[in-house]
Design a protein around this ligand. Structure first.
Ligand code: ARG
Length: 661
């Protein structure tokens, strides 16, 4: 049961004849919100102010008229009008208790109702390019996408996850080129993925080397000399007399110097990259022997796409081990997909997409390429290059058509890095013109994972951090913490095997939770110490809270399931009990908030709030040693619901709990 939704419903009804029409009433009723401060009650309605403005009446008067019409007697204490016309609402304890009692009896859902009108969602997440190992950048998409999938499904929507893997792009051109020139059969037999990663890295390094040397360095040097002369000119110009002009001139100089500094940095980076390779004798030789490697890699990719027998055979041979590797990561992360239809799946559909868009007059030729020109966009959406090659965009359009034909979704969510936002804006605009007008397209974008230095998280050598090693390290560190805590007990609780299981859950949970707990649109700093801390808003703290609550039942030899069925009742006598009870009541409101804007951090916030209120309750309200049997049972019921709320909430985030740690 969602108390906030119920309150809004009641407000809607009461507002109907004051506001005039149902739509306005509903809009105003949406201004009922949980209150930020308990001294204003549990919820607060802010609708009297806008309504007063609309009616030309003092808001307090409007608030009084509204309160008179409200039918809330079973739900709230008499509403209080405060300040300019806020309506403060305090729930009746018997309302809270009745709902919690119902939640207790509802084993799987804890009283969270399914949505009245289920929708069909296709979720596109993780979607790595598979010829290279998964890296830190893939955490966010995978973990956020999986959490949204779980929550949407839990509240009753139909969910279809489709891992749009990159199995057809230039990265395969790289490993095919690498195999033909540097491949090692014996190494491939020993470990196919390691050998393919080696080839990918080698070829990528050589391509980047020539790019840096032949394109970036000359361009940067040119830019640098332009910027140097501009800065010099500005500095030489006479200082204007007018103070405002003077300020502007100073600002221009400052900006020019900042641009200059940036270009110098970029130049230094590019020069360092080139120097690093030239200092490495084998690499330098390879680079000299493969001067046109960039074009050659593109040619290998083009040959693959054109059906070249040798390249297709290599692709067939390389793809399965790459997939097996990412599957292993998914297994550890406990993430699975309903479909894995990679880019290659759409290969044959691409020409038709371009023909179709051209026939409808949406795509036009421009300098030999096919483009969709979109209103409000300077750059067109490129769907076929001069040489006939199709692009990422073409595949994504074919994918939309396939998903629409196949699953008729109401919404398609793409959980992808914010750097692709232009692509998705153009994709969605094109798809709408193409006829997919009524679908909700969402780019669930997210920020970058940063290292301690505030720059994108990289290894010391500048490579991106492999996801598998990241998980290993988190689990190793969790293992050390678990062992240390357990060894500090008078008598250790956990067997060696349990310690490993707990460490796996705590380590993986830490990485997932840290990612989910950050507002997805911001960047965040990756820190093992922070994410594994036993205090604060971390998985370890949440898992520990869960284990601690659960342990009460063992300690008191209480069977929670039997207690639930025994007819025992919750009574709220202490403010800490009530504060916890109110939070437990609001679980479904938290899920609604998450799904309104696809923000899992609103669930971690909620769970952290529950855990904190539980800690406060546990401080001041003895449970096993309560004053009376009735109070003991009531508090045990609160413990039981707390534990199950934490467990369910964490599970909806894809995080496992442990009974002891
Ligand atoms: N493979 C892409 C990348 O690694 C992400 C794909 C996202 N999904 C999509 N339908 N475009 O950048």
């Amino acid at each position: 049961m969602n108390t906030l939704a119920e309150l809004r419903q009641r407000f809607s009804t009461a507002l109907l004849d004051l506001a005039g029409d149902a739509a306005t009433a509903a809009e105003l009723a949406a201004l009922v919100l949980p209150s930020q401060d308990p001294k204003f009650g549990d919820y607060q309605a802010n609708c009297a102010m806008p309504l007063g403005k609309r009616l030309g009446k003092p808001p307090r008067e409007v608030a009084a008229a509204l309160v008179e019409r409200l039918d809330l007697a079973d739900l709230c204490e008499p509403p209080q009008i405060a300040g300019p016309g806020f309506i403060n609402l305090t729930l009746r304890d018997d309302w809270i208790v009745a709902r919690l009692q119902a939640a207790l009896a509802d084993v799987d859902r804890l009283g969270v109702q399914r949505v009245a009108a289920p929708r069909t969602f296709v979720l596109d997440y993780s979607s790595p390019n598979v010829a290279k190992p998964m890296h830190v950048g893939h955490i966010r998409s995978t973990v956020i996408g999986d959490a949204l999938y779980r929550m949407l499904r839990f509240v009753g929507h139909k969910t279809i996850s489709d891992n749009h893997i990159g199995d057809w792009g230039t990265q395969f051109g790289m490993i095919i080129y690498g195999w033909k020139h540097f491949g090692d059969e014996a190494a491939f037999a020993r470990g196919p993925v390691a050998e393919l990663s080696r080839l990918y890295r080698l070829v990528n390094t050589l391509v980047e080397y020539h790019e840096a040397k032949n394109e970036q360095l000359p361009a940067l040097r040119l830019r640098l000399s332009d910027q140097e002369s501009r800065a010099a000119q500005l500095e030489l110009a006479p200082t204007p007399a007018d103070p405002a002009d003077k300020k502007r001139a100073a600002k221009r100089i400052q900006e020019a110097l900042a641009d200059l500094a940036k270009t110098r940095d970029e130049l230094a980076d590019a020069e360092a990259k080139v120097a690093r390779i030239e200092a490495d004798e084998p690499l330098r030789k390879h680079a000299a022997a493969h001067p046109n490697i960039g074009a050659a890699v593109l040619a290998e990719t083009a040959a693959l796409h054109a059906g070249d027998a040798e390249n297709r055979a290599l692709w067939q041979r390389f793809l399965p081990p790459c997939l097996a590797e990412i599957d292993e990561t998914y297994r550890r992360l406990d993430v699975s997909f309903d479909h894995t239809l990679g880019e290659s799946f759409y290969e044959e559909a691409l020409p038709q997409v371009v023909r179709d868009l051209a026939a409808r007059g949406l795509a036009r030729e421009s300098h030999g390429a096919q483009c969709v020109f979109l209103e409000g966009h300077d750059a067109p959406f490129l769907i076929q290059k001069q040489d006939g090659a199709f692009l990422y965009a073409t595949t994504d359009l074919a994918t939309i058509r396939y998903r629409m034909d196949q699953w008729r979704p109401d919404a398609i969510l793409y959980v992808v890095d914010h750097r692709q936002s232009l692509h998705f804006t153009q994709l969605f605009a094109t798809a709408r013109l193409w006829g997919y007008e009524h679908v909700e397209f969402q780019h669930i974008s997210f920020g970058t994972v940063l290292g301690d230095d505030g720059k994108p998280f990289k290894t010391r050598s500048g490579a991106s951090v492999g996801l598998a090693s990241l998980l290993d390290e988190a689990v190793d560190r969790a293992h050390a913490i678990v062992c240390q805590n357990d060894d500090a007990r008078p008598e250790p609780l956990l067997s060696a095997e349990e310690r490993r299981t707990v460490a796996e859950r705590v380590g993986i949970g830490a990485i997932k939770y840290a990612d989910l707990a950050h507002n997805r649109t911001s960047d965040y700093k990756f820190s093992y110490d922070k994410m594994l801390a036993m205090q604060g808003n971390t998985a370890a703290y949440m898992q520990y809270s869960y284990a601690r609550v659960s342990s009460i039942f063992d300690k008191g030899s209480v069977d929670a399931a039997a207690l639930r069925l025994s007819g025992a009742e919750i009574t709220l006598t202490h403010p800490a009990e009530r504060a916890l009870a109110l939070a437990l009541l609001q679980f479904s409101e938290a899920l609604d908030r998450v799904l309104a804007d696809y923000r899992p951090n609103l669930l971690t916030d909620y769970l952290y709030d529950v855990a904190s209120r539980y800690a406060a309750f546990f401080e001041s309200c003895p449970v096993l040693r309560a004053d009376t049997q009735q109070q003991r049972e009531s508090r045990l019921l609160l413990c039981d619901l707390t534990a199950r709320t934490l467990r369910l909430g964490l599970n909806l985030l894809g995080i496992a709990v442990v009974d002891r740690m």
